[in-house]
Design a protein around this ligand. Sequence first.
Ligand code: BGC
Length: 335
Amino acid sequence: MNRTFIIYAILISLFITTLGFFFYFYQQVQIFDKKLEETNSSETRSSKHHFVLIGEEMGHDYWRLVGEGAKKAESRYDVVVQYEGPKRSNPDEQLKLFDMAIKSKVDGIIIQALNDEFTPMINKAVKKGIPVITIDTDAPESMRSTYIGTDNYKAGQMAGQALIEDTDGKAIIGIVTGGMDKDNHQHQLRLEGFKDTIAQVEGIKIVAMAESNLSRVKAEEKAYEMLTEHDDITAFYGTSSLDGMGIVAAANNLNKNDLYVMTFDTLTENIRLLKKGKIDAIVGQQPFEMGEKSIEIMLDLLTGNSVQDVYQTNVTIIRTSDLPLKGSERMGLLD
Ligand code: BGC
């Protein structure tokens, strides 16, 4: 086999692979467009505006609430909302869906801007004339029109303050965080706010921290490891929805019945554990309102109404004494 033959073989296979990628991507955009058309014709034929909302995880209870809020707004206005997201948390897949929405020339995109890689994509959409709203997690440096959601730094501070009050300023803490990556805007802010607050109290220290990657099973695994390596841990702070459930499962396995557990989000299972006294406090966000408001504000943008730079949704600390939940905190709960 001579060298020329080998070079030709490499070039031809490169060409075939590139062609393969091209067709794959083309096909994905076609599928996306088809879904868009189907949503359009099955839901409302006269709809003027077509929005795509891209969440973090389709099957997740928190994102189900965001979607339900958006669908409620959809039923009130002349719009079609296509709700998309990866099955499991996967920022690369979110970015692909984002790119497809841009290529499909939708009228507005609502996206959770999980990390720095979302900024260029947001800017690309805006430069092509598609307004972008960030939801749940912001990208303030991008060209997005507005952010709707929790002030994640403040939520971390509130969690820290509640923990100080509930433990009388004495706690040895393990942290389970959705993502430790410094690029992960949301969890970084929730951690920073928390750490800055507890740093003011001498009797509180953090001895261990691990990443759950938003998985309940991984949260359990990490909490179990922490509790076996540091048997002096008295409290846990979980920065995403499923962390508290994992921490409680690990504590049950090790018969640690007096741990203080704080987690995020009023999901049905978290409320059940709060009622049972297994979770002590929940940082409650407003996912339903985020979804609903995102559609209303997108319509404002398209009709030329002025919008704020940020719409902060409410954050509350919920303890057993605050049950049963009332009003907007109950929105979309399953029980
Ligand atoms: C966050 C969401 C995240 C969810 C996952 C929530 O606290 O706000 O961004 O997808 O937790 O568990």
